[in-house]
Ligand binder design. Sequence first.
Ligand SMILES: Nc1ncnc2c1ncn2[C@@H]1O[C@H](COP(=O)(O)OP(=O)(O)OP(=O)(O)O)[C@@H](O)[C@H]1O
Ligand SMILES: [Mg+2]
Length: 466
Amino acid sequence: MDDPPRSSEPPSGAGAAANAGPDLTVLVVDDEPGNVASLERIFQREGLRVLTADGPRRALELVRKHRVQVVLTDLMMPGASGVELLRALQEISPDTEVVVMTAYGTVEVAVQAMREGAYDFVEKPLERRAIVKSVRKAAERQRLVVENRSLRQELALLSPREIVGQSAALRRVLEVATQAAPSSATVLVLGESGTGKELIARYIHARSQRSAGPFVAVNCAAIPESILEAELFGHEKGAFTGAVGRREGRFARARGGTLFLDEIGELAPAVQVKLLRVLQEGEYEPIGGQTTRADVRIVAATNRDLAAEVETGRFREDLFYRLDVISVTAPPLRTRREDIPLLVDHFLGVYCKKNSRARLEVPPEVLQRLCDHPWPGNVRELENVMERAAVLCRGAALSLEDLPEAVARAVAPAVAAPSFPIGTPLDEIERTMIRVTLEHTRGDKPLAAQLLGISTRTIYRKLGEE
Ligand SMILES: Nc1ncnc2c1ncn2[C@@H]1O[C@H](COP(=O)(O)OP(=O)(O)OP(=O)(O)O)[C@@H](O)[C@H]1O
Ligand SMILES: [Mg+2]
């Protein structure tokens, strides 16, 4: 790293420093003490308040105690990676901007960090001017984001994200959600990744008697186990070493509203016990504090098969039953292909507008390809593909070249999955599955055998062709 200049050079951009205010705090995270010390000197010289941490754990402790506008972090540290730190930060302090430091030649990691929400990256060896500039820009953005937040919240309330789709499967889910919404019953939203579980949770909140209250989301997978309890229930001043102030937990913040516990399947056993208690008794204790009534409605979501997790002992059975009062399963996109054209139209509208361009046409062969794709990432994947197309497409109409390779490649037309009444003999089910799979592979027996996990010979045998 450049040695910071020893002269009594005035802080660069003194006006900007005044603007950013003396209470602009930057947190430097790096496991190399030398780096930390010189960065500390650089930022102090700029008139900023500097906090330092030798790793993600300490960094998260500090962020929970202090208002930190910008985190400047190394990406490669023992323990947790910088990317994990980023995810945890987004949960705990979503307004904090992150600038990552990367070693020369590891730009892919930096790109991943940017995808995970980092604001900027600077390459090592660090150059003083570049870091100061990047951190100042991050701080400015942080200020604007916070300023705009209340406005955005109002807007979000005015236009909650629409749930697009007309399929019977989706309509059934929304019917149950609509019925469940006005009650105070706990709702468990199941479904694969990207199927719209969070959207459904918001839909329930918006139609509940608590709609005027807050909707608070907690991603149980992104918050490290060691601080999840304090994060959920809060703590009193002095409750544990380092608890310098009192801190409100998510349960308290969601008072009068809905607490959305996302990725509930990832909850550690110790926290499962605590949550069970809230669901049973309707009250909880902040760490070191008084028993408090929990005035929240809980909606939980997971893409795991919770019943199976109970079987294997990874998820508490009693908690499962408390959560599973009313459950809805968001259907995978491949089982409701009739919604694909509507979603394509919806997302193209959104992203063409966002990119200030005229709405793109979708020729029939492109739409057909989109309808045939299996969409393992569900609506989220489709949304990303449409956003990408709205950015990349050069013409007035979408072409196959504007789609990612995996989507553009032709796949066999979808064959409807058969369903069997109870009591269907197994060998009949087998024969039907083999026939349907063969239709799907257009008669390619080795491929069908591979898909079914059996040998090609078995296919011949079962079909009586041997
Ligand atoms: N029916 C729908 N209509 C419009 N947008 C949708 C629909 N379903 C999902 N989306 C959009 O797709 C994206 C993913 O949805 P969401 O975050 O609710 O999914 P999820 O099931 O919670 O996914 P994950 O398990 O990955 O967290 C969001 O941007 C959401 O707005
Ligand atoms: Mg989600």
